[in-house]
Design a protein around this ligand. Sequence first.
Ligand code: NAG
Ligand code: NAG
Length: 257
Amino acid sequence: MAPIAAALILVPPPSLSLHPSQGVSLGDNVTLRCHLPRMAAWVRLYRNESTKSIEQKDKVQRMAKFSLNGIKKEDAVSYQCRYKGLKPPGTSQKSDPVELLVTDHSYPPPSISLSPEEHVDMGTNVTIQCWSKKYGVAFLLHKDGHSAPIQHQDPDGGTNATFALFRVTPADSGTYGCSYRIEGCCLLFSPLGDNVTLEVIPGPTPPGEERRSHGNLVVAVVRGCAAALVFGLGLYFVIDARSLWRQRDDSPGGEDS
Ligand SMILES: *[C@@H]1O[C@H](CO)[C@@H](O)[C@H](O)[C@H]1NC(C)=O
Ligand SMILES: *[C@@H]1O[C@H](CO)[C@@H](O)[C@H](O)[C@H]1NC(C)=O
């Protein structure tokens, strides 16, 4: 127990990042960067939680770069890295896995529809339907401004998915699209289909929301008080620091910086 704990503290795990991290299609080039907290004797790259590494770099300072050129289907998996520290010596745990999601443009994008309509009042329940002819094993709902899908749905035996947005607010306004995960080995996805645009018209607070807005008022008042307190404390410290400064200036030979 104790030696393992000591090793974990002495050799903290590295972290792995993908560049680019999204919008990767088959045939593209991707770089994996393994970030190390210290000098390493070697750094190894692993696929899909395998115990066998696929590549190794020796004598690495702060970061090891692994290039994947001409991304193939089989490359659309998860990756991890690990290193052997020099000082203190010891082998790290693997980094958290990162997933390389790849778009396969040979598949048709899914279709999308929005109901009841594109302009709705606040508080309306909106549904977005996505469907494709066959291939999908899961549908993903994307919203512009969000790098990751905002909802996903596993197969229900059919070829369509219904995403619900309950009691929409103006924050739900925006452009939505969907894609589906392609059946098979890997993290392969269809291209994004057409967009639908939702505009939520801000309106009077719907019934049943009054209690919540009352709560918001209380929260706002509490926040205001907290802000005043923080400001007051800040002022106090500034004044305090200034008087300290003055004292220091007054004292003979008070220069120490
Ligand atoms: C919206 O959906 C919620 C949850 O299913 C339901 O309670 C509510 O009555 C629905 N509102 C409208 C306007 O249909
Ligand atoms: C969907 O919207 C995004 C940005 O809002 C835009 O870049 C993209 O071209 C649109 N796609 C289609 C198929 O209209």
